[in-house]
Design a protein around this ligand. Structure first.
Ligand SMILES: Cc1ncc(COP(=O)(O)O)c(C=O)c1O
Length: 385
C-alpha cells in the first residue's frame, strides 16, 4: 500500500536537519534564524519538477487541496461542479464548501467517471469537472479533457490516489488546469496529513497561494505584517515538518510505485484464471499506482462471499465491496446540497451501484510477504470453483 511502509531514516534526517538549522517550523519568514532551511518551498519545487509542471503549492490535506483549487475559479452560488459518484466524500465536501452545487455522475468499467454520463449531467451552469483516479487507476482523461474543452469547462484532477501514476506519458494531476494530491497516512506517499496542488498557469498558482494564506501575497518589498492583499482567504499552510517528510517520501515515490506494480502483478497472475474473475478496465497508456487490485465478480452475493473468505484467511479487502459508505454518493444523505440536486440518492446512480456491489478490491502492500498471492488464490478459489 503506501508510503508509511517505507518511512525511516531519510525522513528522520530531514526533520533533524530543521532542528539543526534553528528549528523554524513556519514556511515563511524568520530568514535570519533559519539558516537557509525552507523545507516546504523545497518540497514544492521538487514536486513540480517530478510532475513536469511549473508550479506546485503544498497545503494541509488533500481535502484542502481541492478547496483551494476551487477557490481559484471564483465560483458563484448556483454554479455546478460535476464529479464522479464513486470517490471519497472529500471531493463533494470541497464543492459544497466552495458554495457550488455538487453533481455526481456514473462510473464505467474503469471505476472512474463515465464520460458519456458526465456529458448527460452537464448543464449551462456547469463550471468545473473534478475527475478522480480512484484506487490508483487513471480516469479516461483524453475523453474527459476533450469534453471539458468543447464545453468551456475547467478540468481539475483529484489525484489523491494517483500520485506517481501517468497516462500517455503525462503524470496524473497534470492533465487538467489544476491537479490535487493527498499525502494522508494511507497514501502512496505520506506526510501524515498533507496535500499538494499543481498548476500550469502562474496566475492560478498566485491566486491559490494567496487564498491558502489568508490572502497574503508575500510581497517581498514589505514585511509580512504589512503584506499586500487583493482578496481574503483562509489558512491551509503546510508546516516545515510535513515539508521535510514530503521531501524524503518523494525521493522514494518511483520505487514505491514500482514495487506496488510488481506485487499487484504477482497477485493478479495467481488469480486471473479463476472462473468469474474479470479485470477492471484500464485506459490504454495507463501507468497505475497499483496500491489496490480491483476485479469484478459475477454478483454482489459472490463479492460478499469472497470478502468473507479473504477475511477468514487473515487477508483483507480495501473499500470494495463492503466499505462504500464514505466512497459512494448514493449513501451521502447527510449532504442536503447533494440531495437537493439529485433527489433520492439511493436510486440516483444505478449503474454505479450495480457495478460497485460486484467488485472486490484487494490492498497491495509495498512490503508484501511472498506467500500472499497463493493465499489470495486459495481463499478466492474456495468460493469460485
Ligand atoms: C479521492 C480522494 N480525494 C480526496 C481525499 C482527501 O484527502 P485527505 O485525506 O488528505 O484530506 C481522499 C482521501 O482519501 C481521496 O481518496
Amino acid at each position: 500500500m503506501p508510503g508509511f511502509e517505507v518511512i525511516g531514516a531519510e525522513e528522520q534526517a530531514e526533520i533533524d536537519d530543521i532542528f539543526a538549522r534553528g528549528g523554524v517550523l513556519f514556511r515563511h519568514g524568520f530568514d535570519a534564524i533559519r539558516n537557509g532551511s525552507y523545507k516546504v518551498r523545497e518540497f514544492e519545487s521538487a514536486f513540480a519538477e517530478y510532475m513536469g509542471v511549473p508550479h506546485a503549492l503544498a497545503v494541509t490535506s488533500g481535502t484542502a487541496a481541492l478547496r483551494v483549487a476551487l477557490a481559484v475559479l471564483d465560483l458563484q452560488p448556483g454554479d455546478e461542479v460535476v464529479t464522479q459518484s464513486f470517490t471519497f466524500v472529500a471531493t463533494a465536501e470541497a464543492i459544497i464548501e466552495s458554495r457550488a452545487v455538487p453533481v455526481c455522475c456514473e462510473i464505467d468499467g474503469t471505476l472512474n467517471m463515465d464520460p458519456v454520463d458526465l456529458e448527460r449531467r452537464m448543464t449551462p451552469r456547469t463550471k468545473a469537472v473534478i475527475a478522480v483516479h480512484m484506487l490508483g487507476t487513471p480516469a479516461r482523461l483524453p475523453e474527459i479533457a476533450a469534453l471539458c474543452e468543447r464545453r468551456g469547462v475547467t478540468l481539475i484532477e483529484d489525484a489523491a490516489w494517483g500520485c506517481g501514476g501517468s497516462l500517455d506519458g503525462r503524470a496524473l494531476g497534470t492533465w487538467g488546469r489544476m491537479g490535487t494530491f493527498s499525502f494522508d497516512f494511507a497514501k502512496t506517499m505520506t506526510t501524515g496529513e498533507g496535500g499538494m496542488i499543481v498548476f500550469h498557469d502562474r496566475s492560478d498558482y498566485e491566486r491559490a497561494a494567496a487564498w491558502h494564506d489568508h490572502g497574503h501575497e508575500n510581497n517581498p518589498s514589505v514585511p509580512r505584517w504589512e503584506d499586500t492583499r487583493s482578496g481574503s482567504g483562509f489558512n491551509y499552510r503546510m508546516t516545515e515538518l510535513q515539508g521535510a517528510v514530503g521531501l524524503a517520501q518523494l525521493r522514494k515515490l518511483a520505487d514505491v510505485v514500482r514495487r506496488q506494480q510488481s506485487n499487484r502483478d504477482a497477485i493478479w497472475q495467481s488469480i486471473r484464471d479463476l472462473p468469474g474473475v474479470v479485470a477492471r478496465e484500464v485506459p490504454r497508456g495507463s501507468v497505475e499506482t497499483a496500491d489496490a487490485l480491483v476485479f469484478e465478480s459475477p454478483s454482489p452475493e459472490v463479492a460478499r462471499e469472497l470478502r468473507k473468505r479473504l477475511v477468514d484467511a487473515g487477508l483483507a479487502t480495501k473499500i470494495l465491496p463492503e466499505a462504500v459508505t464514505w466512497h459512494f454518493a448514493a449513501t451521502w444523505s447527510h449532504m442536503p446540497e447533494l440531495v437537493e440536486h439529485h433527489g433520492d440518492l439511493a436510486t440516483a446512480f444505478p449503474a454505479t451501484a450495480a457495478r460497485l456491489a460486484r467488485c472486490v478490491s484487494l490492498p497491495v502492500m509495498v512490503n508484501m510477504e511472498d506467500s500472499v498471492p497463493a493465499r489470495v488464490r486459495a481463499a478466492l478459489a474456495s468460493a469460485l470453483s
